[in-house]
Design a binder for this molecule. Structure first.
Ligand code: 5AD
Ligand code: SF4
Length: 459
């Protein structure tokens, strides 16, 4: 191999981008790149971008402004810096990025990451490369699987992409345009990746997909498997004690998946199930394909299967045409569900999506006021949920040392961060912890003993 070069990767947005960034770093190893944490000394700066809201894209452009100065500084001492933009901004804006930010040498969309070494080589030869071809099914399998030693360094939890793209076309959302149509990975590839992860010490895997519960990958028998079947198969992988999946659409929450929450102890009692709004009028305008009542009935069925399940959601305030009454319906739904957590966003028009062109855009001041009220309500539910766990003894998977010396940091089955005093040798183990107090962003607890069942809630 010739000279070693360094790559600095900055990741914006969702967990799938985190996963993709790792895969891109792995893909660059054969091309002679090692990763660095220092942007100042990097030979290749790669921004893995998010286009979901306007702010996310704007952050990328201001970062590119700073990178331009770095690149000029390095050029003065005779060092070359390659700048690449990947992710959904790359996909959506393509050549526009190169025009708006001349510092960029390479623009690469999410479906072409497997060709990264070749594209980088072309950019190093002075070509300005823009590669945003969509819908190449080969991507998944052409990318290298997570390297074992890098996985080990990543710790006891990992993401695993099982599905990509979305066919739902919510009226506000760019994902169907930037990530393309739904594609599911075959079961055997996922199982092989999960086995490698478990072999490297990973205890908890979160299955990723933009519309993960629409999963319909080819099973070993040639038939299409749904997510419930995939999860049941992964539950058999030795060492994988905890499974999660995100993000789901209410329409794809089928009976099998609900039953899996009842039957599989490895499947954690936590579900991210965005509803976006509590108003039927707005849900219809959003093209969500369900009503508030449909959603609430669904939650009831899920809770019947797994009574202790914690729910989280996404909400958009100020979708075009949203009135005070529509917004009140959202507040009401939040109260009815009692979320453990929720992500709340102001609507931001994304070019090319149906909602962006609508009249009746809601003024920013109104959105700000609604966002504050919604956030306050969600926070109250979060506090109430956390408070209810005080006094319980729950299995906690320890992930890493805490911030304070002698402290360990882990997660409850409900994904709450838990801090205890304990031996670092417990990292990677599931241990019963009695929750003693609620902090701002985490729970405090005391070790009660190693969980006797691998996954069950201690009595
Ligand atoms: N404006 C505001 N929020 C959005 N989201 C997606 N698109 C937009 C948009 N145009 C939110 C949704 C989605 C989450 C990932 O981001 O709530 O579930
Ligand atoms: Fe976007 Fe999710 Fe709707 Fe798909 S289901 S269009 S990813 S918000």
């Amino acid at each position: 191999m010739t000279d070693k070069r360094t790559v600095f990767v900055k990741t914006y947005g969702c967990q799938m981008n985190v996963y993709d960034s790792d895969r891109m770093t792995d893909a660059l190893v054969p091309a002679g790149y090692v990763s660095t944490d220092s942007i100042e000394t990097a030979d290749l700066v790669l921004l893995n971008t998010c286009h979901i809201r306007e702010k996310a894209a704007e952050k990328v452009y201001s970062e590119l402004g700073r990178i331009r100065l770095l690149k000029e500084e390095r050029a003065r001492s005779g060092r070359e810096t390659l700048v690449a933009v990947a992710g959904c901004v790359a996909q959506a804006e393509g050549a526009e990025i190169a025009a708006r930010a001349p510092v960029v040498d390479l623009v690469v969309g999410p479906q072409t990451y497997h060709r990264l070494p070749e594209l980088i080589a072309r950019a190093r030869n002075g070509e300005r490369v823009v590669e945003t071809e969509l819908a190449t099914e080969e991507k998944f399998e052409a990318l290298p699987a997570p390297a074992r030693e890098r996985t080990r360094a990543r710790g006891v939890t990992a993401f695993l992409t099982v599905q990509e793209g979305c066919d739902k076309f919510c009226a506000f959302c760019v994902v169907p345009y930037t990530r393309g149509a739904e594609v599911s990975r075959p079961v055997d590839r996922i199982v092989a990746e999960a086995e490698r992860l478990a072999g490297a010490g990973v205890r908890e895997v979160t299955l990723l997909g933009q519309n993960v519960n629409a999963y319909h990958g080819e099973g070993p028998d040639g038939s299409a498997w749904n997510l419930a079947r995939l999860v049941a198969r992964l539950a058999e992988v030795p060492g994988l004690d905890r499974l999660r999946y995100t993000t789901s659409h209410p329409r794809d929450m089928d009976d099998d998946l609900i039953a899996a929450h009842r039957d599989l102890p490895q499947l954690m009692p936590y579900l991210h199930l965005p509803v976006q709004s509590g108003s039927d009028r707005i849900l219809a305008a959003m093209n969500r394909k369900h009503t508030a009542a449909d959603y609430l009935r669904l939650i009831e069925r899920i809770r019947a299967a797994r009574p202790d399940i914690a729910l989280s959601g996404d909400f958009i305030v100020g979708f075009p045409g949203e009135t005070d009454a529509d917004f009140d319906a959202t507040l009401k739904l939040v109260d009815e569900v009692g979320y453990l957590s929720a992500f709340t966003f102001k609507y931001s028009p994304r070019p090319g999506t149906p909602a962006a062109g609508r009249r009746e855009q809601v003024p920013d001041a109104v959105m700000t006021e609604r966002l504050d009220r919604l956030q306050a309500l969600v926070n109250a539910h979060t506090r109430a949920f956390n408070q209810r766990t005080v006094g319980l003894t729950v299995p906690v998977l320890f992930e890493k040392p805490g911030r304070r010396p002698g402290q360990l940091s882990g997660r409850s089955p409900w994904l709450q961060a838990v801090h205890v005093s304990g031996d670092p040798a417990l990292i990677g183990r599931i241990v019963d912890v009695t929750i003693t107090a609620v902090g701002t962003n985490s729970l405090a607890g005391e070790i009660a003993g190693e969980a006797n069942s691998r996954t069950g809630i201690a009595s």
